[in-house]
Design a binder for this molecule. Structure first.
Ligand code: HEM
Ligand SMILES: *[C@@H]1O[C@H](CO)[C@@H](O)[C@H](O)[C@H]1NC(C)=O
Ligand SMILES: *[C@@H]1O[C@H](CO)[C@@H](O)[C@H](O)[C@H]1NC(C)=O
Ligand SMILES: *[C@@H]1O[C@H](CO)[C@@H](O)[C@H](O)[C@H]1NC(C)=O
Length: 496
């Protein structure tokens, strides 16, 4: 029976493969947008194998060596519009904010979200619009990005600091791995906003897929047909099950909130959402309990690994550049007289710290381009090319951050001083856009910036850290799967 089953599965797999190849050939023949330059790559997978370890760098290279600021690259089954450089990204995403405000709605995504739920993956339309507006207003109202919420961030940092202190003592010779601690710090900041509660583990903030299949999931987003292969189906089943486990926990927490809440004193994101649910009762509204559960999942997904990765980059870059560390310390010594922590109120008096933050975001953006593509909402013209409606779009933020003209003469060097004027004042740059721009830009940017600020200033005030022995980290180009991750490193040191 088993062998027979295996035979059938192989036969089905073969059949799927054949159909995909036919489909592939049809796409090539169809030839979309007139003269838009681009690359089609290989059958089935398109350009994926040509993009290498650093997709953002390769796309930028294609742009500067002939294809120009707007081109298409076929990824899997679809031709994706790729935008390179500040001018075209500004024109396409900022000046016509809704032109590229959609997302590709695939069967795969609807399977993972039990229909059209969440925020990140929703296509442009009333559901996305209402939910995004609610998210921005509510997170802002709860203090995200404000002084009041900073106390919470500092609390979470203190938990991180306690763990780090213990680990530094315990792992004397080997050094400490910060990955999990940084993830927990970021996850608990979000937990505070959503649940008014924190957790010992960041389990439900973690990816639903094992790391080695994350790359594979990207491929799957672009080659949805692969999900019919037996091996893939099995991986997807695991992913779906884990997601359902998380959603179950969220539901329990929402139930607890329902019982203990006071409509006049919303404590957190859930209370605010329940208020809207109560108000809209019986009406045809985009606010539903299931939507809330997937919204929560999306906030963790979007806000944990991104922030943790940014903080990990920041620390690595500071430790690798002793001169930067010295200057940061010098500024902190002047500003921070109180024994505990510096607040972001002091930010305006801390030009060097702000320059370091902007340089971290420029030099190693955690999201070098939106691998979860946007989508054009209507037909439009861009740089003389006609772009069809419904075309997936990737904005290569990396190409803005590493533009050889804007950042001459040394875009590839980590140099915070480039963001200071001759008098040492901080110069904000609109060419540093790690949160992207336009209608689908990041709704957590203020939170992420505060987390980074608290992290850099507090770590330097409380600890004397160095890279652990034998941890040279020569190559700091990082590794881009879903996000641009720093190379592995460990730290040693002591409390100041
Ligand atoms: C350093 C940390 C972060 C970085 C680098 C980052 C980056 C980004 C980028 C580039 C996008 C836009 C993708 C696109 O153009 O389509 C985005 C979207 C988003 N971000 Fe962030 N993010 C960070 C932290 C956060 C945090 C802390 C939260 C949650 C509170 C969050 C929530 C979101 C959501 C919900 C979206 C989707 C918005 C939509 O599709 O309408 N992010 N983020
Ligand atoms: C929960 O809410 C209360 C009141 O708003 C606040 O004082 C407390 O710090 C919050 N706790 C967490 C973990 O967010
Ligand atoms: C209910 O809402 C959906 C989605 O927002 C919309 O498509 C539909 O037309 C609405 N129906 C009524 C009766 O308002
Ligand atoms: C640190 O821990 C993470 C997972 O928690 C692991 O993937 C990584 O390899 C570790 N880094 C080092 C340098 O051991």
């Amino acid at each position: 029976y088993l062998t027979f089953n295996f035979f059938i599965e192989s036969l089905l797999a073969g059949l799927c493969l054949f159909l995909l190849l036919v489909y592939d050939a049809l796409i090539r023949l169809r030839g979309t947008s007139g003269t838009l330059p681009g690359k089609d790559g290989f059958p089935l997978v398109g350009c994926f194998p040509m993009l290498g370890k650093h997709k953002e760098r390769m796309l930028m290279k294609w742009s500067s060596s002939g294809l120009g600021p707007v081109f298409y690259a076929r990824l899997g089954a679809s031709r994706v519009l790729v935008l390179n450089g500040y001018d075209v990204i500004k024109e396409a995403l900022l000046q016509r904010p809704l032109a590229m405000a959609g997302r590709v709605e695939s069967d795969l995504i609807q399977e993972l979200y039990d229909g059209k739920h969440g925020l990140i993956q929703l296509d442009h339309g009333p559901l996305w619009k209402e939910q995004r507006k609610f998210g921005q207003t509510t997170l802002g109202g709860l203090g995200m990005g404000k002084r009041s919420f900073e106390v919470t961030i500092v609390d979470e940092f203190n938990c991180f600091a306690t763990t780090l202190e213990n680990e530094l003592n315990m792992n004397e010779p080997k050094g400490v791995n910060l990955t999990r601690m940084l993830r927990l710090y970021a996850a608990n900041v979000i937990s505070s906003l959503i649940f008014n509660q924190t957790f010992e583990s960041s389990w439900f903030a973690e990816n639903d897929v094992p790391k080695h299949t994350a790359r594979f999931l990207i491929l799957l987003m672009y080659v949805p047909g692969l999900k019919n292969l037996p091996f893939v189906r099995q991986q997807l089943a695991i992913t779906t099950r884990t997601r359902l486990d998380k959603v179950k926990i969220f539901r329990t927490l929402v139930e607890e909130h329902r019982k203990s809440r006071d409509p006049n004193e919303p404590r957190d994101f859930i209370d605010c959402y329940l208020n809207v649910l109560a108000k809209n009762k019986g009406e045809n509204s985009s606010f539903t309990e299931k939507q809330l559960l997937y919204y929560i999942a999306d906030l963790f997904l979007a806000g944990t690994e991104t922030s943790a990765t940014t903080n990990a980059w920041a620390l690595l870059l500071v430790l690798k550049n002793p001169e930067v560390k010295r200057k940061l310390r010098a500024e902190l010594d002047v500003v921070g007289k109180q024994p505990t922590l510096v607040s972001s109120n002091d930010e305006c008096r801390m030009p060097y710290t702000r320059a370091v933050m902007q340089e971290v975001f420029r030099f190693r953006p955690a999201v070098p381009f939106n691998i979860i593509a946007r989508k054009t909402t209507s037909e439009l013209e861009l740089k003389g090319y006609k772009i069809p409606a419904g075309m997936p779009v990737i904005a290569n933020l990396w190409s803005v951050h590493h533009d050889p003209v804007t950042w001459a003469p040394d875009p590839e060097i980590f140099r915070p001083g480039r963001h200071l004027d001759d008098d040492g004042n901080f110069v904000p740059s609109n060419h540093v856009i790690p949160f992207s721009v336009g209608a689908r830009s990041c709704i957590g940017r203020n939170l992420a910036k505060n987390e980074l600020f608290v992290f850099i200033t507090s770590v330097l005030r409380r600890f004397d850290l160095e890279l652990a022995d034998g941890c040279h980290v020569g190559d700091i180009s990082g590794d881009s799967g879903m996000l641009l991750h720093p190379p592995k490193y460990k730290v040693k040191g002591s409390v100041k």
